[in-house]
Design a binder for this molecule. Sequence first.
Ligand code: ZN
Ligand code: ZN
Length: 142
Amino acid sequence: MADLRNCSKCGRLFGYMGKPICSYCAEEEEDDFKKVKEYLYDYPGSTVFEVSDATDVEVEKIMRFLKEERLQVSSENPNMLLECEKCSRPINMGRFCQNCKNDLHASMRKEFGLDKKPTPPEDDYKLKTNAKEQMFTATRRK
Ligand SMILES: [Zn+2]
Ligand SMILES: [Zn+2]
């Protein structure tokens, strides 16, 4: 059974497949994406505005392609850079710079206890006590 929705772009009713837009608009977007990609391949130093002018694809859309990491600007291109959403450093794709990505990754690993660094013996005891204390507070909170 199809989950029918209205396309967020053209309003047409379509069978929902995990994207908020219908297949017509998805195809159109794919075309736009290809145009932008090809243009950047030929003119790797272009600005977003030049690309937009030459391909008829809106600037916002090009920026979205970049943020979705579907499009990558060559790192030598100083004209088309995004800003890291955490530290505002210029980046060439995605939402965060490599530094912040590493940070995010590290804190995520910590949270899930994936860090398997061997602990020096003197810290081991402290860690264990901490864990016990944490467990104690956790049970007390219930
Ligand atoms: Zn549509
Ligand atoms: Zn950053």
